[in-house]
Design a protein around this ligand. Structure first.
Ligand code: ZN
Length: 231
């Protein structure tokens, strides 16, 4: 069990994030500017999660941190019944569709061989699959969407799903579904780090139904079926 996850309140990282990175198109509205303001905090969050990983099914401190950060952003997160995952709606204009965004939050039973200040503090447990990144990205998206909603610029409702236990079977997605996480959802988007793609490129894969199960409960980056959409 890790110690309580509390983000540092000082020593903020200096951000070298450019509001519009070279080669990219500006995001609509004030999103580039709002994102640049959030980047140092999100990097700190990711590194904090990386140093305090929790195994599948035991993501209690991770979920508590997520709920705390979403509450600070003015949202109303709810924990899954076991307390190891989070569902949170961002409400825009009321009559739009519900679109879900999902991140997995669990770590793997591996040692962390890196020599960095934020290496895992838990022996034999490591965010080797990037779920700390996924969690931080979805937190940042939720914070920006909350700001858009406050400005009256969010159509419909966006559901943030922080799913536990992605690395084991039965998977934590069942707990999300049983908790109503997919109720009224018309589309769902998930993301995964892919070390085969250069930094700054995003690959997309579209499916109408879930991919077939793999022989291993541990996932893999998978194949990118379409060319990177944005550089
Ligand atoms: Zn993964």
């Amino acid at each position: 069990m890790t110690s309580a996850l509390t983000l540092p309140t000082n020593g903020q990282l200096a951000s070298s994030w450019l509001e519009t990175p070279p080669g990219s198109q500006p995001l609509p509205g004030e999103l580039d500017h709002l994102l640049a303001l959030r980047v140092p905090g999100l990097i700190a969050t990711r590194r904090h999660l990386h140093s305090h990983p929790e195994l599948s099914g035991t993501e209690f401190e991770t979920a508590a941190l997520i709920a705390r950060e979403l509450s600070l952003a003015g949202l109303n997160p709810r924990l899954l019944p076991k307390g190891n995952g989070v569902i949170c709606d961002v409400n825009g204009r009321p009559d739009g569709p519900v679109v879900a965004l999902r991140a997995d939050i669990d770590a793997l039973p591996l040692d962390d061989p890196k020599d960095v200040p934020y290496r895992s503090t838990v022996a034999g447990v490591c965010h080797a699959c990037g779920h700390d990144v996924h969690t931080s990205i979805l937190l940042g998206v939720g914070m920006l969407l909350a700001q858009l909603a406050d400005l009256g610029e969010l159509d419909g409702r966006v559901r943030l799903i922080f799913q536990p236990a992605e690395e084991i079977l039965p998977c934590g997605s069942l707990e999300v579904i049983e908790a109503g996480g997919l109720d009224d959802v018309v589309q769902i988007f998930a993301l995964h780090c892919d070390p085969n793609l250069p930094v700054g490129q995003v690959g997309l894969r579209v499916a109408r139904s879930p991919p077939p199960p793999t022989t291993s409960p541990s996932d893999s980056p998978g194949r990118v079926d379409t060319p990177p959409a944005r550089t």
